[in-house]
Design a protein around this ligand. Sequence first.
Ligand code: KE4
Length: 431
Amino acid sequence: MKTKNSDKLFEKSKNHIAGGVNSPVRAFKSVGGSPIFFRKSRECYLYDEDGNKYLDFVGSWGPMILGHSNKKITEAIKKQSSKGISFGAPTKNELEIAKLIKSYVPSIEKLRMVNSGTEATMSCIRLARGTTKRNIIIKFIGCYHGHVDSLLVKAGSGLATLGVPDSPGIPEELSKLTITIPYNDKNAVKEAFNKHAQDIAAVIVEPIAGNMGFIEPDKDFLQDLRQICTKNKSILIFDEVMTGFRVARGGAQELFNIDPDLTALGKIVGGGLPVGVYGGKKEIMNNIAPDGPIYQAGTLSGNPIAVSAGTALLKQLKDQKIYEKLEKNSKVFLQIIKDYCEQNKIPFSFNVRGGMFGFFFSENLPKNFDEVENTDIELFKKFFRGMLAENIYLPPSAYESCFISTEHNEDKLIKAAKTAIKVLGNIKNEI
Ligand code: KE4
């Protein structure tokens, strides 16, 4: 497949944009080769600068659950932009989307709109610390919550110990206030609370860990987090930036019937435009300026165009049956591949919830980051490149989840699965 225009654009972009991209994962560093530059999208397809058409399993990393160029969203954007792009003042549409979000995610009694998932989780952390007057945060290895200083922290030596920076530029002193624990490790959580109970402001968790390929919580893992936070008056934060409106209309908290104190949202809530949201119990949210002393602000928060896109998308989720359809279609795609892998002794496992899935080249589904690292990452890279050559665009990293849309019908997915079998057939002798 010809990608010379993308290759040329990437070379030029590297002279002007850090790494040639506006977000690192887009650079294809973990799968090799040059990123594809897209110029257009429609339904479940992306079109690149060389005239190639791809079946898209990234969906802008989640937002495009109704496919690209959804008519009601694009019309809402056009209508709003004819009236005004940004006022820096309240609008009734912000009230409307707030009520719509609350109707889908009832644990959110009050919310605040921001411009990214990172801003949402960062605000949750500050709010939790300010509310509890404590400083320690617990997060889980392999969970990504955006580029928040307190959350770009990796485990120190030994479990449940104080963290060390996961990036230069983050002070050791700050990292020490974050404890990083293996996902699904209930005992390590208990140990951390035994050691630091009175100092733990919050536990933040991806209720389904989509940033290490899709890891589900063990039975009672989330319930245990709920109970131990309640008991110790720590704040439980569900980072549903990825899972919100994606695995179910009410997110993972609806699936697992857990009531977090705060929830961070992003991606789908903006209909593809830059939006993040954080919200939860009103007695906590009332601590946010201007009612409370904890400061958080944003020039373009609640931007009218972004709100119009998010509202137009969310309104189309009223019929929750779409999630059964998304899940069923994902399973059709994955089971065909699984059956082939079983017949050809290629270790393959997968998991699906709503319109989000993950797969691993491993016998069993990993339960934490270490187990993901032990899957056949090299085979994933070969599979990714083989699928790309067949015009199927998977997330360019073994540690990401895949997203389908209502535009990915069963026929397209069966065809894609057959292509996947062809790709695996070509590379299986290299395994
Ligand atoms: P943003 O700041 O990128 O809008 O959201 C950060 C974030 C927070 N929480 C979760 C659970 C997330 O998955 C994300 C961002 N997800 C990545 C993909 N894994 C976005 C892609 C990228 O970084 O370019």
